[in-house]
Design a protein around this ligand. Structure first.
Ligand code: ATP
Ligand code: MG
Length: 446
């Protein structure tokens, strides 16, 4: 291999640091991915240069200190970003989360030794691979193996358990037996890690091409019950339903794989039916029923995402489509699509359709005609003149004040009523028509 598998011009940076006397190498993911012919989007460099040296060598570039404490500096060169980190070895970890101290080092080997897995602990030296821990062999054998003793490496930083799952999911690799055991025996400790770091990894796992593999592996390692216990409860839950040939868990994983790589949709896919466990009952015909499960699923998802510190807007996106995933049992109409568009916005409505289509295809049914139809209506509605949101109305609060309506709640109520009339095609969205409608007098108490 002459060059990393990337369009980024990392050579210039390496050369400048080396000219200044500092050994420098591309390291980690970029080496791993190049060796298996995956396109590399990020090149990280590791160097003998200390942070001050890096700043001096690149004083003509835009520099961003990321993790000052760890000596990583982001250099922006010709619009491309590179993270440059000083060789370091890590001191003891007492808390299973972060090293008590980091130490800069003068050797590449120390730096490779502190990395998590053999496939992530290789550096690239102008055509040669520096691979002290057998990363290349493990890549070939498709194995994720810890650098050094897996128990020690996992208990230094429990997040590595989730990182192992992520790489296994992405690459279709197996975990080496010792690593597997170490993760299993420490699965309960994952909660020592901050919620932000956990949710970041969960997000990455769910965005892989076949996320179900990651979820199954989380379960196999005892991690699912720790981080997503509501999903764990669905395993083996028989639906007793003529619509389903899969238990709630396998169905949900199929839905998950069937959705686009969008995190809100994937989260929704994973959680859309968790509420079935507690709403289940058998009707007189012996058929499983789950009235209101969509609402309960949304509540459980909201609670979980809040706990994991996902941002508010994300929680609202993901739960809003879980709540409505059963809507497609009614035939969509122009009226219902307009209403949904107003409530959800276009982005979430498209997510909802994606979820619903995957949901149908993960049952014994195959007909997604109602969803196709809904998407066609949505395209039409987006092109027509109807208001998509409150500010698309041809009148606003000021117009109402000018007409003599009192300042206060009334204004919002009147606007809502006008909007409703327009969306239901009883009123045109122009000032004249709206004023005429208001002049007839409206009943605000209804
Ligand atoms: P990706 O393609 O997902 O970015 P990556 O291998 O570049 O994969 P990063 O999370 O960007 O992964 O980390 C860069 C490198 O830093 C890794 O390849 C690994 O060598 C090292 N590393 C990252 N996190 C840890 C950790 N928690 N413990 C040990 N080494 C780590
Ligand atoms: Mg990376």
């Amino acid at each position: 291999m002459n060059r990393l598998n990337t369009d980024l011009s990392y050579e210039n940076l390496v050369e400048r640091l080396e000219k200044a006397g500092f050994a420098t190498y591309p390291v980690g993911g970029c080496v791993r991915d190049s060796l298996i012919n995956r396109k590399v989007e990020d090149v990280d460099l590791t160097t003998l240069a200390r942070p001050d040296d890096i700043r001096r060598v690149f004083s003509d570039k835009k520099l961003i200190d990321i993790g000052k404490k760890f000596g990583t500096i982001k250099v922006i060169a010709d619009g491309e970003a590179f993270e440059i980190t000083t060789f370091r070895s890590e001191g003891a970890y007492k808390d299973g989360r972060h090293p008590d101290e980091i130490q800069f080092s003068d050797t590449l080997i120390d730096d490779l030794k502190r990395r998590d897995f053999t496939i992530n602990a290789m550096a690239f030296d102008k055509g040669k691979i520096i691979d002290p821990f057998g990363g290349r062999d493990d890549l070939e054998r498709k194995i994720i193996r810890a650098v050094g003793n897996p128990y020690e490496r996992i208990s230094e930083d429990y997040l590595r358990s989730l990182r192992a799952v992520r790489f296994a999911t992405r690459l279709g690799f197996e975990l080496e037996d010792g690593l597997k055991k170490a993760i299993r025996e420490n699965s309960g400790k994952i909660n020592l890690i901050s919620n932000e770091r956990i949710s970041d990894e969960i997000g990455k796992i769910l965005l892989e091409d076949e996320p179900s593999r990651g979820v199954r592996l989380l379960d196999d390692l005892g991690l699912l019950q720790e981080i997503l216990p509501e999903v764990k409860r669905t395993i083996g839950f028989d639906q007793h339903s003529s619509h389903h040939n899969l238990d709630v868990y396998s169905h949900s994983l199929k839905v998950l794989d069937g959705t686009e790589a969008d995190l809100a949709t994937r989260m929704a896919g994973l959680y859309h039916d968790v509420g079935k466990v507690d709403t289940f009952f058998l009707d007189e015909k012996g058929e499983g029923r789950f009235f209101g499960h969509q609402k309960l699923s949304a509540e459980l998802l909201e609670k979980r995402l809040k706990g994991l510190k996902f941002p508010k807007f994300f929680i609202s996106d993901a739960t809003s489509i879980v709540k409505r995933h059963m809507d497609s049992s009614n035939t969509y109409t122009k009226k219902s699509i307009r209403k949904l568009l107003r409530k959800l916005g276009e982005e979430n409505l498209r997510r909802l359709f994606d979820l619903q289509r995957a949901d149908i295809l993960a049952t014994v049914h195959t007909d997604t005609g109602n969803i196709d139809h809904a998407e066609r209506i949505l395209d039409e509605v987006l092109l027509d003149e109807s208001p998509k949101k409150r500010s698309d109305l041809s009148i606003n609060g000021k117009d109402l004040l000018a007409l003599g309506y009192p300042q206060g709640k009334v204004i919002g109520k009147v606007l809502a009523m006008v909007e409703e009339e327009i969306i239901d095609d009883r009123l045109e969205n122009n000032k004249e028509a709206i004023f005429a409608f208001l002049a007839k007098g409206i009943n605000l108490d209804s």
